[in-house]
Design a protein around this ligand. Structure first.
Ligand code: CDP
Length: 231
């Protein structure tokens, strides 16, 4: 059976990566978390002093892009590929609220997007990939056989992300997480280069009131229909 490309876009904390991992595991496909790549670049900028509290030296980051290598390595225990920055596993460090507070500003930069989109297209060029992000169905894989666009209310998303961060041991408030979710939504949808928007042929899924199993079943159904069309 031919291997298709599945593009999942949507707002922050809509559970894209959870369902993308489930689908990839079920199909034996590769899962690529494109947001992790933008987060890794942001983390690099923080570690190198290009980002401090209220300061972001975008020029210095762009000049140093050639020194950034991002890769993924499958972790069989976790069942997905973890992200590496210059050969160091940064999977946990990139998930903090601190990184979230800067990542959308980094993701606005065209030079950053160009570098990462090129790598994403390379990773998915054989098909058999599930990739989630903001511009996957519109820019990275405009010809993906199945495109999904995930939404949920900002409050629902902030609650989910708040619980995740607390479970990881971070000290955060719900209000700070909600603010971050809303700010990122704004920057991601309003930026000039590849703004977050629903591709014309994407199927919208509002999962505000959906449990994980229901969401997985619904999307698997869409995958099956798409696969049948491809045979
Ligand atoms: O998991 P969460 O919804 O918090 O976001 P993410 O997928 O980790 O992405 C983090 C940020 O990276 C987003 O808010 C965007 O600013 C940026 N991003 C992007 O611009 N394009 C992508 N394809 C993926 C992420």
């Amino acid at each position: 059976m031919s291997k298709i490309t599945i593009a999942i876009d949507g707002f922050s904390s809509t559970g894209k990566s959870t369902v993308a991992k489930q689908i990839a595991n079920r199909l034996g496909y590769v899962y690529v978390d494109s947001g992790a790549m933008y987060r890794a670049v942001t983390f690099y900028a923080m570690q190198n002093g290009f980002i401090k509290e209220n300061y972001f030296n975008a020029k210095a980051l762009v000049a140093n892009l050639k020194n950034i290598t991002i890769s993924f390595k499958f972790n069989p225990q976790l069942g997905f590929a973890e992200v590496y920055l210059n050969n160091r596993n940064v999977e946990n460090e990139i998930r903090t609220l601190e990184v979230s507070n800067f990542v959308s500003k980094v993701a606005e930069i065209s030079e950053v997007r160009q570098k990462l989109v090129e790598q994403q297209q390379h990773l998915g060029k054989q098909g058999g990939v599930v990739m989630d992000g903001r511009d996957i169905g519109t820019v990275v894989f405009p010809h993906a056989e199945l495109k999904l666009f995930m939404t949920a209310s900002a409050e629902t998303r902030a609650k989910r992300r708040y619980s995740e961060l607390i479970a990881r041991g971070e000290t955060v408030t719900y209000e700070a997480v909600l603010k971050n979710v809303q700010e990122r939504d704004y920057i991601d949808t309003n930026r000039e280069d590849s703004p977050l928007t629903k591709a014309e042929d994407a199927i919208e899924i509002d999962n505000s009131l959906m449990g994980l199993q229901e969401q997985f079943d619904k999307i698997m159904q869409l995958v099956k229909v798409t696969l049948k069309k491809e045979v």
